[in-house]
Design a protein around this ligand. Structure first.
Ligand SMILES: Cc1ncc(COP(=O)(O)O)c(C=O)c1O
Length: 390
């Protein structure tokens, strides 16, 4: 067999780098007594009444496909949530698509809007899948370095400087992974003004909206002039602690949602029916659970930021999500060395900043989606590690 010929890959896929998080976590496998602050996943189990609805769904024999768009009742709940929370009205039939997580919604959006060579601007650091998702859809990711910007935030000036005649869309995530950065209404207004001035589309990944600690989350499509130029992305993974259900959604202008639905119906068909039924329960009765978790995360956030700064790792106070992104500069180690040695010597897993952008050489990301007891032990180990190296 001519393996070079038979196993030949798509050129874009062949050149795609593997996820920096996965590469690092291969090291963790097989190690014992590791405290992981690595994975961006709630440590809470999905609330019981939501799991119970999933079990009931199976018991009642809900094992079929659903409408490609998702169960109408779920879309109605999503519409009610976005209208109630942010005052934005979406048509249940034409402007909402239920997806397999925000991940699928993001992929669909990119594939629906991009022509080869179209540019998508996003902030760097950003969630690991952003640039690959743009690249896989034939687009070109344009990464704005916000590693040294105050609070890691994108500014109107930085955004304006990145716009070219090839710019097709801006991809914004807030509260952000991996920085926890979020934006005030005034800051969002200023970003929106640039987007409107240049007549661009916005993809707004607001998956961490519920995990906002300093101020109420303001949603981009709620700003004047933004609803019809925004694809709003949200889901159940983070706020509702439902990562394994793989459930998300996109809301936006009918023409864009129709194009995304076309791809979705040929590739995914629909999100799993059991997950959709659980999602209805989560939106109908789950908000108190979300608030309870937010109180816990907030307590952990304050504890971790305080502890890290005391230990000697400079760390800003994130405004949302469940990540901190401290600098390792004062330790004399770059982020990768720090993360590797910390894992080997003290059995604490954190992610090197470079997983979230090439300029992140002097940072590590820690997820504080772990119990206070675990966080306490992790901080003690990190303090020991730093003492050993100074
Ligand atoms: C910013 C951001 N967007 C999207 C996702 C993916 O979410 P989902 O589980 O809904 O696919 C994540 C997961 O970590 C994330 O951090």
């Amino acid at each position: 067999m001519d393996t070079a010929r038979v196993h030949k890959l798509n050129t874009i896929v062949a050149h795609l780098p593997p996820s920096g998080i996965r590469a690092f976590f291969d090291l963790v496998l097989g190690m014992e007594d590791v405290i992981s602050l690595g994975v961006g996943e709630p440590d809470f189990v999905t609330p019981w009444h939501v799991r119970e609805q999933a079990i009931f769904a199976l018991e009642k024999g809900y094992t079929s496909y659903t409408s490609n768009k998702g169960l109408r009742e779920l879309r109605a709940q999503i519409a009610a949530f976005v209208a109630g929370q942010y005052g934005v009205a979406y048509d249940v039939e034409h402007e909402i698509l239920v997806t397999v997580g925000v991940s699928e919604a993001m992929d669909l959006a990119m594939r629906a809007i991009l022509n080869p060579g179209d540019e998508v601007i996003t902030h760097d650091p950003c969630y690991v899948s952003y640039a690959p998702t743009v690249t896989l859809a034939g687009g070109v990711p344009v990464l704005i370095d916000t590693w040294t910007a105050p609070g890691f935030k994108l500014t109107p000036a930085l955004l304006r400087a990145a716009i070219t005649p090839r710019t097709r869309a801006v991809l914004l995530n807030y509260p952000a992974n991996p920085t926890g950065a979020s934006y005030t209404r005034a800051e969002l207004d200023a970003l929106a003004a640039v987007i409107i001035e240049h007549d661009l589309l916005l993809l707004s990944d607001e998956i961490y909206d519920a995990l906002s600690y300093e101020a109420a989350h303001v949603s981009m499509p709620s700003l004047p002039g933004m609803r019809d130029r925004t694809i709003y992305l949200n889901g159940f993974s983070k706020g509702h602690a439902m990562t394994g259900f793989r459930l998300g959604y996109a809301c936006g202008p009918a023409a864009l949602i129709a194009a995304m639905t076309k791809i979705h119906q040929y590739t995914m068909l629909c999100a799993p029916i059991v997950s959709q039924l659980a999602g209805i329960e989560a939106l109908q009765h789950g908000m108190p659970d979300v608030f309870e978790m937010v109180v816990e995360y907030n307590q952990r956030r304050r504890f971790v930021v305080h502890a890290l700064n005391q230990i000697g790792l400079d760390c800003h106070l994130p405004q949302g999500a469940f990540y901190v992104l401290p600098s390792t500069r004062r330790t004399g180690m770059d982020g990768l060395t720090f993360a590797t040695k910390l894992l080997q010597e003290q059995r604490v897993a954190v992610v090197p900043g470079t997983a979230f952008g090439a300029a992140g050489t002097q940072h590590v990301r820690m997820a504080y989606a772990a119990s206070l007891a675990h966080l306490n032990e992790a901080m003690a180990r990190i303090a020991r590690f730093i003492r050993d190296h100074t």
